[in-house]
Design a protein around this ligand. Sequence first.
Ligand SMILES: Cc1cc2nc3c(=O)[nH]c(=O)nc-3n(C[C@H](O)[C@H](O)[C@H](O)COP(=O)(O)OP(=O)(O)OC[C@H]3O[C@@H](n4cnc5c(N)ncnc54)[C@H](O)[C@@H]3O)c2cc1C
Length: 651
Amino acid sequence: NREDFYNEGTVSYEYAQPVPCEEYCDNEYKKIQKREDKFSTPIRSRIVETMLKSPMFAFNRSEPNIFSAFRDNYDLPLEFKGPLKEYDFIIVGAGSAGSVLASRLSERRKASVLLLEAGQGEAFLTGVPILTPLLQQTTYMWPYLMEHQPGVCMGMVNERCFWPRGKAVGGTSVVNLMIYTRGNKMDWDRIAAKGNYGWSYDDVIPYYIKSERANLREFRDSPWHGRSGEMTVEDIPFRSKLSKAFLDAAMLLGNRRVDYNSPDSFGFNYIQATMSRGIRMSSAKAFLHNKKKRKNLHILTNSQVTRVLIDPQSKTATGVEFIRNGQRYKIRAKKEVILSAGPIESPHLLMLSGIGPRSHLEYMGIPVIQDLKVGESLYDHITFPSIVFTLNSTRLTIMERKINNIDNMVQYNQFGDGPFSSLAGIETIGYIKTNLSDEKEDFPDLELFEGCASFSSDEGNAVARGIHMADWLYKDVYKPIEDVESFTVLFMLLHPKSKGYLRLRSKNPFDYPKLYGNYLTHPKDVATMIAGIRYIIRMVNTPPFQKYGATLYTKKFPNCKQFDFGTDSYWECAIRTVTMTLHHQISTCKMGPASDPEAVVDPELRVYGIKKLRVADSSIIPNTIAAHTNAPAIMIGEKCADMIKNTWALN
Ligand SMILES: Cc1cc2nc3c(=O)[nH]c(=O)nc-3n(C[C@H](O)[C@H](O)[C@H](O)COP(=O)(O)OP(=O)(O)OC[C@H]3O[C@@H](n4cnc5c(N)ncnc54)[C@H](O)[C@@H]3O)c2cc1C
């Protein structure tokens, strides 16, 4: 009962009351909702239309937004009428990292935890892998745009790259592509060698294994995978013939087949995915669903934190301020505040709270509590998703109009497999080192991944719209092949030399920060990407692909017509036209030793100069890693939970 919480916890049992709110409340909240509604466009998808006809949805017709049907509920435990005035720990953001952190800290009943999340629970359709690209058009996203940068993202709407982030309980793990990668052994060893004690590969691998429940056909007995954690990692149930062709072609070019989530990761294989029997496994499903009833874990959705409360004299974090349903609350943290709001919002909140570069905060009119290089460093992984090949065989790709049928829907509903379980076509992955790399060891500079689909496969409705591709480009280049089976091989530039940054737009917490990607400002990044394109073309020219008649699609981009197709100048122009983020922004609250002038948090994730405040999410990753960043964020949440438990003797 209620008293358990009081007796076993260390905080006083009193309800929080809203405090007067002169600014940034109702009006601002409405403004932001309007802005998000503008970005969430009406969904155009044959598959969604078919699903709507299923009896399951007939029960839920009252819900106008199909992506909200059967939404998860995060009410407080029955005994509680509202949030309390004080908790031991307040975690901001229930994302990949925040969910696991909240779950682990609340394992100890003597610790009370408040988890604040700006978004809402996920819904039935967010779990269906094939629909993932459509999520970028829903309110499950913070619809951030990169600031305009001349010479990149030229083929996007208003020449601006779209940088969506997940806004849901589960955070970006609710909207991501579910690829599970941990990073190269050398990535983590190098991070540790820079003075980040406790972050070497040997240090982090137990945390990856702890949360993992692997069910991978090829690696059943591998010591590098966990079997008893909460996060299911599985093979994608659906595999097209092109996935095998990709692996065969890679072997022909001298690559090895490996478990890229083991220390021997330099090679190729099928994708390991954070899913369970064909359904998305978000951080929320893995770590929070069956913890909802814990009396000492309170999860508040629709609650946007506007700043951390910090006593300027003692430089101690004392709580947070947040807005929920147009009302402002201030809640105290007796032990710690932990920011897990992701790589854009964690630095944003630090700066709004007076922690950031002095001159910038002063310019914004924010009293400075701690001068730190918040947001000064921002790395991202980019790709060029437009190396398209057409086929003279059929039924090799997931063309929407062909796979959209009742058989596939029944197959998915009953068994969780078939094309609807595909990660929007992405199936296989591999790591290579181009001849531009200065590395002596097997340290990759590109990740390649094959997708049995291209922009044309869904007639531009999901992927192209999702990334904000401009109509003039889609209509000219991709529309003409909507009737043809086509696929793409992509690459990820693993270690870009170009580095961006992040600034406040204003001191209004509802104004999105200014995001500067600084993409392709270093010539080596362009050269490595062109080397990647040439490698992919070589791969597809091998017999495993040629037996299906795979042919490079050579329609020129209209803005690159002055260059001969296939020359370096043409590819550079093309890369600068469809410059696409893979959404791995990191390093904005960089971790580093005290000697690192750019460091915002120490290796125990404590904000320098401020007591009782940590950051635990992907923003602390100090430099680029050869990984998609969901698994690393979960690992960071796991590791931070242990650090906090040690600090407060909660073990
Ligand atoms: C479209 C897309 C595809 C991706 N695909 C992959 C993939 O296939 N594999 C992979 O490994 N990675 C992928 N990523 C990246 C990966 O999912 C993220 O890097 C990872 O989830 C980040 O975790 P995090 O804990 O740092 O932040 P998040 O998971 O983003 O969590 C932050 C949470 O904080 C909340 N929040 C923010 N501000 C506030 C506030 N002021 N008050 C309250 N709550 C707040 C947010 O709503 C969010 O729920 C993808 C990302 C995107 C956008």
